[in-house]
Design a protein around this ligand. Structure first.
Ligand SMILES: [Zn+2]
Length: 265
């Protein structure tokens, strides 16, 4: 199957190729518990994730820099009020775009080829990636629109976490760098071009160093075979028991003891 902008997110493409977001669905990140059952249900088209406004605002900003904002607006009429004005969240997105465009350094990183699709075989799986801004022979850039860039998240057993590790954007960097390497023979630095949705948007170009990416790629190598066995339905997925999919599909069989309610703290 040849991937294009039109079929990149299709069910068929998701079955044939592994992507970073699928990978994270199966293995989880520090910020999100893994649910193999939900991940498979999504792949099989049995479960759809909610399109939250937070995600949509990010997509709006992405669409602007991709040059496809007109199409995005046409496909998502709900971003306008009945009077035909942009809803306040998307006016915020416009403000973020203006802030980014006021910074020449940030714009330099956004000046590459947009939404570049590449594929490669890694660890027994066919992977697909889509790069926000690829500056040939120079760097790989992914644009992220976050609630805040500096807010710390507490993770049990790990301590305080930055948003990069919390949401697994370092895993994304590791896979993107390797796939680009296999396609071009060049190992390019990976940057997150990050902007916040705060009242006054913050912005940074954040590098994830190659040493850390290498560590993350080892993790991907260890986890990929299990994901492929799940995708091939060689054994049943584990249910997390906590996500919306698990709640929606659970079937009660016995009472639980009250002490089970909060589980392991
Ligand atoms: Zn679940």
């Amino acid at each position: 199957m040849k991937l294009t902008a039109e079929n990149y997110f299709s069910e068929e493409a998701n079955r044939e190729y592994l992507s970073v977001s699928q990978y994270k669905d199966f293995t989880g990140t520090l910020g999100k518990v893994a649910c193999e059952a939900e991940a498979l249900a999504k792949l099989n088209g049995e479960w759809e994730m909610e399109k939250t406004t937070a995600l949509m605002v990010g997509s709006y900003v992405d669409a602007h820099f991709e040059g496809s904002l007109d199409l995005f607006q046409a496909q998502n009429p709900e971003i306008f009020t009945k009077k035909g004005e942009l809803r306040s969240e998307y006016r915020k997105a416009e403000e973020i775009i203006n802030r980014i465009e006021r910074d020449p350094y940030f714009m330099k990183f956004m000046s590459g080829e947009k939404q570049v699709i590449m594929t490669a075989d890694l660890f027994g799986a066919k992977w697909k990636i889509k790069i926000d801004s690829l500056i040939p022979d120079t760097c790989i850039v992914d644009l992220k629109c976050m609630k805040s860039l500096r807010e710390v998240k507490y993770v049990k057993d790990y301590g305080y976490m930055d948003f990069i590790q919390y949401w697994g954007y370092d895993i994304q960097g590791a896979v993107y760098q390797e796939v680009v390497y296999q396609n071009t023979g060049k190992r390019l630095p990976f940057y997150i071009a990050a902007v916040s949705k705060e009242k006054e948007p913050d912005l940074e170009i954040i590098q994830i160093d190659d040493g850390h990416l290498k560590e993350k790629l080892c993790e991907v190598e260890q986890n990929t075979p299990n994901i492929m066995r799940l995708k091939n339905e060689e054994f049943p997925p584990i249910r997390c028991g906590l996500c919306d999919y698990c709640k929606h599909t659970k079937v009660l069989e016995r009472p639980i003891h009250y002490s089970e309610l909060i589980g392991e703290v």
